[in-house]
Write a protein that binds this ligand. Structure first.
Ligand SMILES: [Zn+2]
Ligand SMILES: [Zn+2]
Ligand SMILES: [Zn+2]
Length: 96
């Protein structure tokens, strides 16, 4: 996931799933929230070997609300739990 304003990949998740999906860009301090849309297709991805850090960028699956959404090798976002292929849209973009 990249900052929608400056394009930096240095983005971290500043809250927790039971509250909101507010992310902060380390470079320009902009904040935004990712939302997902199910594309209708599914695929299976391998569970990452390392458990993600709590501050890693994340989003909730549009279909099952799991936060186990990962980018596959080709950059496509996939829900690990239900296999939904997701489009990620960045909303609530607040410039610093
Ligand atoms: Zn919050
Ligand atoms: Zn930025
Ligand atoms: Zn899901």
């Amino acid at each position: 996931m990249r900052c929608p304003l400056c394009g930096s990949p240095d983005v971290f998740y500043s809250c927790e799933p039971k509250c909101c999906f507010n992310h902060v860009c380390s470079d320009c301090r902009a904040t935004f929230e990712p939302v997902t849309h199910a594309t209708g297709s599914t695929r299976r991805i391998a569970r990452p070997e390392e458990a993600p850090d709590a501050s890693d960028p994340t989003a909730a699956c549009a279909r099952c609300e799991s936060t186990h959404v990962y980018a596959d090798d080709d950059g496509v976002a996939v829900c690990l739990d239900c296999g939904a292929v997701l489009d990620i849209e960045l909303t609530e973009i607040c410039p610093p």
